[in-house]
Design a protein around this ligand. Structure first.
Ligand code: MN3
Length: 201
C-alpha cells in the first residue's frame, strides 16, 4: 500500500489571512505531494533491491526515505495543527505539561519562537513528547529529519557504527564488525520490543 497524500482538514482558503489559498495549494498539492511521491519511489526501489540482491544504492535510498517520510509526517501533522477556529492558549493537561516543562506559557512561546526562528537553513521547530521521561521538549529539525530524536518511531534493534564501537578491534573493517553483530543479537528482546510497540498503536 503506497503512502497517500491526505486532504487538508479544511478549505484551502480557510486559514486566510494567515495563509492564503495560493500558498496552501502550492504547499499541499506540490510540496507535500512531492514528499509522498519521493517516499513511494524510494520504497519501490528498496523492494527492487531486495528482489535483485543489489543494495549498492541503499545509502541514497535510506537518505531519501528519511527525508521524504519525515517530510510527509511533519506536513500531515502541520495541517492538523492549524484550524480556522484556532488561537488562544492551551488548557487542561496540555497547559499543565507546558507549565511543567517550561515554567509558563510565555516562556514556552518565547522558546518555541526562538527555536523556530533560528533553524539553520530549511527545517522545523517542534514541540515533542519525549517518552523516555514523559515530558514535553522543544526541538529543531534541519531539513525534515536532521536533529530528530527517536520516539516518533520506536527503535527495535540498533547497532552503533561509530568508530569507537569497533576500531580498537576491527580497525577500518566495519563490515566484519557488523557481520559479527548477527552472532549476538538477542531476538527475544527484539520481539518483546515489537510487541510492546504494537500495543501502543
Ligand atoms: Mn513544507
Amino acid at each position: 500500500m503506497p503512502h497517500q497524500l491526505p486532504d487538508l482538514p479544511y478549505a484551502y482558503d480557510a486559514l486566510e489571512p494567515f495563509l492564503n489559498e495560493e500558498t496552501m495549494h502550492l504547499h499541499h498539492d506540490k510540496h507535500h505531494a512531492g514528499y509522498v511521491k519521493g517516499l513511494n519511489e524510494a520504497e519501490e526501489k528498496i523492494k527492487a533491491a531486495q528482489q535483485s540482491g543489489d543494495f549498492s544504492a541503499i545509502r541514497t535510498l535510506c537518505d531519501a526515505v528519511a527525508f521524504n517520510y519525515s517530510g510527509h509526517l511533519l506536513h500531515s501533522l502541520f495541517w492538523n495543527n492549524m484550524s480556522p477556529a484556532g488561537g488562544g492558549e492551551p488548557e487542561g493537561e496540555l497547559a499543565a505539561q507546558i507549565n511543567k516543562a517550561f515554567g509558563s506559557f510565555a516562556t514556552f512561546k518565547a522558546q518555541f519562537l526562538s527555536a523556530s526562528n533560528s533553524v539553520q537553513g530549511s527545517g522545523w521547530g517542534v514541540l515533542a513528547w519525549q517518552p523516555l521521561r514523559s515530558q514535553l521538549v522543544i526541538l529543531q529539525a534541519e531539513k525534515h529529519q536532521n536533529l530528530a530524536q527517536w520516539g516518533v518511531v520506536t527503535p527495535m534493534l540498533v547497532l552503533d557504527v561509530w568508530e569507537h564501537a569497533y576500531y580498537l578491534q576491527y580497525q577500518n573493517r566495519r563490515p566484519e564488525f557488523t557481520e559479527g553483530f548477527f552472532d549476538v543479537i538477542n531476538w527475544d528482546d527484539v520481539a518483546t520490543r515489537l510487541a510492546a510497540a504494537k500495543e501502543n498503536d
